[in-house]
Ligand binder design. Sequence first.
Ligand code: BF8
Length: 656
Amino acid sequence: MRQEETMDKKQEKTMDEKSIDKTVEPLLKKAKEDGVETPWDRLESQGRQCKFGVLGICCKNCAMGPCRIIPSGERAQAGVCGADADTIAARNFLRIIAAGTSAHSDHGRSVVEAALALAKGDATDYEIKDEQKLISMAMDLGVNVERKDAKEILKDVAEACLKEFGRQEGELCYVKKAPLKRQEVWRKAGIVPRGIDREVVESMHRTHMGVDHDPEHLLLQGMRASLADGWGGSMIATDLQDVIFGTPEPVLGTANLGTLSQDEVNILVHGHEPLLSEMIVVAAQDTELLELAKSKGASGINIVGTCCTGLEILMRHGIPIAGNFLQQELTVSTGALEACIVDIQCIMPALSNAAQCYHTKLITTSRIAKFPGALHIEFDEKHALDKAKEIVRVAIENFPNRKAEKVKIPDEKMFHISGFSYETINYLLGGVYRASLKPLNDNIIGGRIRGVAGVVGCNNPKVKHDWVHVELVKELIKNDVCVLQTGCSAIALAKAGLMLPEASQFAGDGWREVCETVGIPPVLNMGSCVDNSRILIAASAMVKEGGLGDDISDLPVAGAAPEWMSEKAISIGQYFVASGVFTVFGVTWPTLGAEKTTEILFNRMEEIAGGKFAFESDPIKAAKLMIEHIDKKRKALGIDKARERVLFDMAARREL
Ligand code: BF8
């Protein structure tokens, strides 16, 4: 369905149009009976949504407005200040990126602060789990490691990271992790980020009334701000989380609401930062708390996650993932949650009302995020485990309040293999001593693998929950495309069973042979949304490995966010595009009312940065766009000849 059709339609959906997840229908019915509203209900009660907002051509940046441009051209062609549709849409787009960048990067800053506290001996519940990664961070940040112990190095690394946020001039250190040619592209376009905070502040300044009005100039700043996210805040978050909590390795996990327990204390962790959830995992194994749970009639403590906080503890500990973004209120509606612990981002304000319909305690924990009606227990990294125990205790004490007649836990539970960090993929392909992406490149050149796609992002009740993700990914793997995933998209595919090695039966012959030989699933879960930085590093490593050009924009790769909803998704999409990757968005596109601005994003950006956006809401058509792009790049590399079909004998397998 095209954007114009979705825009003109009231958002009423039959149950079949709402989700492919079998837990959704029964729990939507239960939620209704219990008086809980869900995003699907609220979308319906919105009626027709604002046409100007959907097209990106309304402006409320000053009190002469709000202004809107009438697309038919009969009336207003400019806001009161004279800004036309293109200026308004470009300004709005830049503000979206600034918000997304700040969310990822402020998360990164919290991790840096915790790391600094650990290094100074003030956060004694954390430890350094990956010293090798710490050393490699030190190298990238120009930190001298000689004659220093790990904590001293961590202190200097954390302080160097803090400088990346406040840097006023020059370039972010991590820019140098990109291929040399990519760095030159950015320098030539004038979009190398200086400091993370500076790019966000400048974006807000430029979009204030009466400052920057040239759409291309505004969108160049959008690229710069987004690069401060992908190659700055997000990458710092991923790297330091790996240092403190360990770099993920393959782990067997379970997904969906069947992971909730009938007879244990159920605790849901939701949000993005793993600083507290890591400690909740530790607290749940505390003997005293387990005894307390038993004394309250529970057989144990069951931690489950949702969204990116859930992915963080899934990737490192195999903690079950109960669902993705659109399932958060449904998880509460099971009536089986003793506590829903939230930190930051992607948490529906409506959770507060949902929790009040049951015995569930909604517990907010972040200094910057409070919800009316929730219990606030503020997290503090200096007393991390004590805080986690306090929160788990509240959940346990709440167990006797669970009402059996209000509990409905669906059976759906799917196994999956997750934990594919960049380092792990390197190791799986090349072994301990020769860890490298060479086998990946060789198989792309040889044609068994057609290319690589990053499929990421959210859910959105405007489209059938999980369906767009699953259909898009199935089409890609069927066409021999290796799929890397993060965020709620990864959770969708885990629930659908595509993250098991046996799912390689759904892949084309070439990608299936490689998956079977290496023993990996055809769809690889790389983690949370800040972990999209792992995909940037993998793409850079593919370039450095050789044989596939000398820039990310030469690679046969593409990206997609088919069910996106958040500003962070646009920021991610923009840093992929600015890094040279063709990236397709579904659902809706926020500049379609502005022809010139859309033209810059969908075409001109390719001339500037080698990547561009596209909008396609149909998953099969989106997959075809990505495959066409991959084939175009294969042709440019001269590897588009008929792709060989070789049956592997043992010698060939050993070589691979
Ligand atoms: O950062 S995919 S709904 S949970 S924004 Fe949010 Fe979107 Fe899920 Fe994680 Ni990412």
